[in-house]
Write a protein that binds this ligand. Structure first.
Ligand SMILES: Nc1nc2c(ncn2[C@@H]2O[C@H](COP(=O)(O)OP(=O)(O)OP(=O)(O)O)[C@@H](O)[C@H]2O)c(=O)[nH]1
Ligand SMILES: [Mg+2]
Length: 618
C-alpha cells in the first residue's frame, strides 16, 4: 500500500468503529449491538472531499494497548504500534468514542492519544447521548484531550465530512502534538480518574434520568449490595407466588368443583362419568389450578427483562459462574431453563467453547423449570403450614424459594465437579454490554403473559391430558373383584407394586412411586397422576371432590413429602429434554450421562431428606 496514508479506526468494543468504516467506505462489515463483533483487521478505501485517497482500517475493539487479554485485542495492539509484519504503523488514528458512555471510553482514549500520533476523535453516538439527556461540549473535550473532536452518528452518516476534513488536515504533516496536558505515563487508576474529570468538563448538562440511571447502576451493580438486592428481589418473587395467587386459585378450584358436581349430578354412574370426573377433571384440573402461580412468576421475569435489570443480574452472576468454572455466557441459557430446559439447552449454541457449552447443557435440567412449579406448589400447600415466620414472610414462599436455590446450588456444584473432571478446561471471560434502563410497556408484558398462559394451557390440553387418560385407563382396568381395592387390582397398581420396593428406602409410598413414571412425559403430570390415582382410589364421591392437597395432607407423612420435593429438585427432566440434549450433543453418550447422574442425585438427596426428617422427628 505504498503512497496511501493509512488511517486506523481505534476504540473500545461497540463504539461504532465498523459502522463508521461502512459509512465511510461503503463496505458491509458486520455490526451488532454487543462488543467483540470485529475480530480481525479489515481494510478499505476512502476519498476525502479534496480527492485525496486514504487506506482505512477497521480494527477489533480494545480496552487497552498494554494489557491485551484476547487475541482480537492483540491484533489491534500490533497494528496500532506497527508491530505487524510487513506493515507499517498507521499514519493517522481515528479514535472512536461512544458519547453516551464517554467516561468509560476515555480511559482507553488517553492511552491511544499518549502514543503521540496524529489523532482525531470521532465522538460517535451523539444521538444516543442526546436521547439520554446528555449535552456534550466537543470543544471542551478537544481542549482537554489536545486533539480535534468531531461529532458523528455513524448509522445516520452524520458528521462524516467533518471527520474526513479533519483527517485530511493532518496531511500537511505539520502536526504538532500537544502533550503538555497528558503526561505520558499514567497508570490505569490515574487514567480512570482523569477520564472522570475530562468527562465532567465535557458534559455540560446531564438530565435527571441519566443521573438516575448512573446512580441505579452504582447501587445495583455494587459488588456486595448488588447481590443482596438480587437475592432480596428473588425472595419477594417467591413470596408473591404464594401470597398473590390464592384468590385466583380459589376461583379455578371452585370452577372445577362446580363442573365435577354438575357431571356427577347429571350423569348416570358410568364409565364415561368416571372418565370425566376421575380422569379429566381431577387429573387435568389439578394442573390448571397452577396457572395463576406460573403467571405471577413470569410477570416478575418479564418485568426484570424489560427494565434492563436481567442483564445486570447476569453481570452480578458472572463472578459466581467464574468461581465454578463457567462463563457469564452460560447465564442466559440457564435463565431460560427456568421456563423450560428445552429452549435453555438450545440457547447454549451461543457459547463458543465446546466444554463450556457441554457443561451448561448438563446442568440446565437442574434449573427449576416452570413445569415443576405445580409439583412444588401442591406439596408445599399440603404439608407446609401457611404461617408466617416474620413480618410479611410466609413459610410456604420460603420453602419454595429454598427449593429453587437448592436447584441452583446443585447446578453450581455439579458444574464445579464437571469442570474438574469430564469437561476439564479453562473458563472463558464474559463480555456483555449493559442495556439502558427502560420502563416496561404494559402491552408487551400482557403479550408475554398471554404467551406463557397459552403454552401452559396447550400442554394441559395435549400431553398432560393424554398421559392422564392413559394412566386413568391403567388405573381403572382390570376392574377390582368385590372387596378388592381398585388400585391393587389395576395394571398401574401392579406396576407401582413392582416399583415400590426400590423407592421405599427413600420414603416413597406406592402412589408416589407410580407418579414418577408419567412425570417423565411432563413434570406437571406427577400432580395429575396423584390426583387421578386418589380419585380412582376414593370410594365415595365427596372424597373425590376433595382438593389434591387435602388428600396429600391426609395420606402422606411430612418426611415423605419433603423427600418427594427433594426428588423433583434433581430428578431428570422430561423425555423431550433428553431428546434435545441428544440432538445438541450429537449422540446418546451425554444424555445418558445426564440421566444417570440426575437419577443418582435425586435418589440420594430424597433419601437424605427423608432420613434426616425422620431423625428430627418431623
Ligand atoms: N444510535 C447509534 N447507533 C450506532 C452509532 N454507531 C454505531 N451504532 C450501533 O452501535 C452498535 C455497535 O456498532 P459497531 O460498528 O459494531 O461497533 P464496533 O466498534 O465495530 O464494535 P466491535 O467490532 O465489537 O469492536 C451497532 O448496533 C451499531 O448499529 C451511532 O452513531 N448511533
Ligand atoms: Mg467492529
Amino acid at each position: 500500500m505504498t503512497g496511501l496514508k493509512k488511517v486506523a479506526l481505534v476504540g473500545n468494543p461497540n463504539a461504532g468503529k465498523s459502522a463508521l468504516f461502512n459509512a465511510l467506505t461503503g463496505a458491509r462489515q458486520k455490526i451488532a449491538n454487543y462488543p467483540g463483533v470485529t475480530v480481525e483487521r479489515k481494510a478499505g478505501r476512502v476519498t476525502s472531499a479534496s480527492g485525496q485517497p486514504f487506506e482505512l482500517l477497521d480494527l477489533p475493539g480494545s480496552y487497552s494497548l498494554s494489557e491485551t487479554t484476547s487475541p482480537d485485542e492483540e491484533v489491534t495492539r500490533k497494528v496500532v504500534l506497527g508491530e505487524l509484519e510487513g506493515e507499517g504503523a498507521p499514519d493517522i488514528i481515528v479514535l472512536v468514542l461512544d458519547a453516551a458512555n464517554l467516561q468509560q471510553h476515555l480511559v482507553f482514549a488517553q492511552e491511544v492519544i499518549q502514543l503521540g500520533k496524529p489523532t482525531v476523535v470521532a465522538l460517535n453516538m451523539v444521538d444516543l447521548a442526546k436521547r439520554d439527556g446528555l449535552v456534550l461540549d466537543a470543544d471542551a473535550l478537544s481542549h482537554a484531550l489536545g486533539v480535534p473532536v468531531v461529532e458523528t452518528v455513524a448509522v445516520r452518516r452524520r458528521g462524516l465530512e467533518g471527520l474526513l476534513a479533519s483527517i485530511s488536515s493532518f496531511d500537511s504533516n505539520d502536526h504538532t502534538f500537544d502533550d503538555e496536558r497528558l503526561s505520558s505515563h499514567l497508570t490505569l487508576p490515574e487514567r480512570r480518574l482523569a477520564a472522570k474529570n475530562i468527562a465532567k468538563a465535557a458534559i455540560l448538562s446531564e438530565s435527571g434520568t441519566h443521573r438516575l440511571h448512573t446512580g441505579l447502576d452504582r447501587v445495583l451493580l455494587h459488588p456486595w449490595i448488588g447481590p443482596v438486592i438480587l437475592f432480596g428481589l428473588l425472595f419477594v418473587v417467591f413470596q408473591a407466588v404464594f401470597a398473590w395467587a390464592d384468590p385466583f386459585i380459589g376461583l379455578i378450584e371452585q370452577a372445577t368443583e362446580v363442573v365435577a358436581g354438575v357431571a356427577v349430578a347429571n350423569m348416570p354412574e358410568s364409565f364415561v362419568r368416571d372418565f370425566l370426573t376421575e380422569g379429566v377433571i381431577a387429573g387435568v384440573g389439578s394442573v390448571i389450578v397452577f396457572l395463576p402461580q406460573i403467571l405471577i412468576l413470569f410477570l416478575f421475569i418479564l418485568v426484570m427483562e424489560a427494565t434492563g435489570y436481567m442483564a445486570r443480574a447476569a453481570f452480578l452472576m458472572d463472578r459466581l459462574m467464574a468461581m465454578v468454572g463457567l462463563s457469564g455466557r452460560s447465564f442466559i441459557p440457564l435463565l431460560s431453563s427456568f421456563a423450560c430446559a428445552i429452549p435453555g439447552i438450545m440457547a447454549t449454541r451461543s457459547i463458543a467453547d465446546p466444554r463450556d457449552r457441554l457443561t451448561t447443557i448438563l446442568i440446565a435440567p437442574l434449573m427449576t423449570c416452570s413445569a415443576r412449579l405445580p409439583v412444588y406448589a401442591v406439596i408445599i400447600a399440603a404439608v407446609i403450614p401457611a404461617t408466617s415466620v416474620g413480618p410479611g414472610i410466609g413459610l410456604q414462599g420460603l420453602v419454595l424459594f429454598a427449593l429453587y436455590i437448592a436447584g441452583i446450588l446443585g447446578a453450581m456444584i455439579v458444574a464445579l465437579v464437571l469442570r474438574r473432571t469430564v469437561t476439564k478446561g479453562a473458563a472463558s471471560g464474559f463480555i456483555m454490554e449493559l442495556p439502558r434502563y427502560q420502563m416496561p410497556h404494559l402491552g408487551d408484558l400482557l403479550i408475554g403473559l398471554w404467551q406463557r398462559a397459552w403454552v401452559f394451557l396447550r400442554r394441559a390440553g395435549t400431553i398432560i391430558f393424554s398421559v392422564t387418560v392413559v394412566l386413568w385407563l391403567l388405573l381403572t382396568f382390570p376392574k377390582a373383584e368385590p372387596g378388592e381395592n381398585q388400585l391393587d387390582a389395576s395394571f398401574a397398581g401392579q406396576v407401582a407394586s413392582v416399583m415400590e420396593p426400590a423407592f421405599k428406602p427413600i420414603g416413597f409410598n406406592r402412589e408416589m412411586s407410580l407418579a414418577l413414571i408419567p412425570a417423565m412425559a411432563a413434570r406437571e403430570v406427577a400432580v395429575a397422576s396423584l390426583a387421578t390415582t386418589y380419585a380412582v382410589d376414593s370410594d365415595d364421591e365427596a372424597e373425590t371432590e376433595n382438593a389434591l392437597r387435602d388428600q396429600i395432607a391426609a395420606r402422606w407423612s411430612l418426611p415423605a413429602a419433603l423427600a418427594f420435593l427433594a426428588w423433583f429438585v434433581f430428578a431428570p427432566q422430561c423425555l423431550s429434554t433428553i431428546a434435545v440434549a441428544r440432538r445438541e450433543t450429537n449422540g446418546w453418550k451425554w444424555p445418558s450421562f445426564m440421566l444417570a447422574y440426575l437419577f443418582a442425585l435425586a435418589y440420594v438427596f430424597a433419601g437424605i431428606t427423608y432420613w434426616s426428617a425422620v431423625a428430627l422427628g418431623l
